[in-house]
Design a protein around this ligand. Structure first.
Ligand code: C5P
Length: 236
C-alpha cells in the first residue's frame, strides 16, 4: 500500500464530469468536506468557463487536477503546461510519449505532471486494435518506467497494474487510479476496474471517482462512504 504521507481525505479525487459550471459548483458545495480534491476535465473545458471554475476551486482551498490529456508536439505540450503554472493547480495530466512528457516536465514549475499509462477504458483487444504488439500490463509498466526516468511525478494507472508498478518502482512515482467501481463493471465504458479498497491495497496513492459519486442518488453519502473506506485503510 501507499507509504506516502498524504492526508486520508485528499486521497479521493472527484472527477467533475458535469455539463455546466453551475452544476459543478452546486455539486462541490453539496459535497462539503466529503471531498476536497477535484479533477476538472474536457466536458467543463468546452463550457468556456474552465478557468473560472479552476480559480474558484483554488480560492475555496480545494486541490485541483486539470485533466486535459495533453497530447501534441513537445513544444506545444510544454507551452500549454507553462500556461497552467502559478494558478494553484496541483496535478496536470499528459497523455503522450517521452518527448511530450519531457517537455511537460521541463515546463512544470509548481505543478506535478502525471502521465497516462493506458486508459482504464481500454482492454487487450483495444490496444491490439491500436497497433500495440504487447499486453496491457507490459505496456503500463514500460510507460511507468519511462515516466519515472524522465522525471514525471506520477502516472495514471488502473488498479490492476498498480501492484506491478509499486513492486518494480517502489514509492518513487505517485500512482493515481481511475476506473473505480464497486463490483465488476458491466454498466459503462470502464473496463479495467477495481473497487476502492482493492485500488489502495494494490498500491494506489489516489483514486479518481466520477460517476459512482456524481451519478449517485445522494453524492455526498456516496463520497462519505468512500472516505470511510479510505480512513479504515489509512488510519491517522
Ligand atoms: O466516471 P468515472 O469514475 O469513470 O470517471 C473517471 C474519470 O477519470 C473520467 O473523468 C475519465 O476521463 C478519467 N480518466 C480515466 N482513465 C484514465 C485517465 C482519466 O478514466 N486513464
Amino acid at each position: 500500500m501507499s507509504g506516502k504521507s498524504i492526508p486520508a481525505r485528499e486521497r479521493l479525487i472527484l472527477a467533475l464530469d458535469v455539463p455546466t459550471i453551475d452544476a459543478a459548483k452546486t455539486l462541490v458545495e453539496s459535497l462539503g468536506d466529503a471531498c476536497c480534491f477535484y479533477k476538472v476535465g474536457l466536458e467543463l473545458l468546452m463550457t468556456g468557463q474552465y478557468f473560472e471554475l479552476v480559480d474558484w476551486l483554488v480560492r475555496r482551498g480545494n486541490s485541483v487536477f486539470t485533466d486535459l490529456k495533453l497530447f501534441d508536439v513537445p513544444n506545444t505540450v510544454g507551452s500549454a503546461v507553462r500556461q497552467l503554472v502559478g494558478r494553484g493547480i496541483t496535478f496536470v495530466m499528459v497523455h503522450g510519449n517521452d518527448g511530450m512528457i519531457e517537455a511537460a516536465c521541463r515546463a512544470k514549475g509548481d505543478l506535478k505532471i502525471l502521465a497516462v499509462t493506458v486508459l482504464t477504458s481500454l482492454d487487450e483487444g483495444d490496444i491490439r486494435d491500436l497497433g500495440f504488439q504487447t499486453d496491457v500490463s507490459s505496456l503500463v509498466l514500460s510507460r511507468a518506467r519511462r515516466a519515472l526516468e524522465i522525471g514525471c511525478d506520477g502516472v495514471i494507472s488502473s488498479g490492476r497494474e498498480a501492484a506491478a508498478i509499486r513492486a518494480e518502482l517502489g514509492d518513487r512515482l505517485l500512482v493515481v487510479t481511475p476506473g473505480i467501481r464497486p463490483v465488476a463493471n458491466l454498466a459503462d465504458d470502464q473496463k479495467r476496474t477495481v473497487s476502492v479498497e482493492e485500488a489502495f491495497r494494490l498500491g494506489a496513492d489516489y483514486i479518481v471517482v466520477g460517476r459512482p459519486i456524481h451519478g449517485a442518488p445522494d453524492p455526498r453519502e456516496a463520497a462519505e462512504r468512500i472516505q470511510a473506506t479510505i480512513r479504515s485503510l489509512f488510519p491517522d
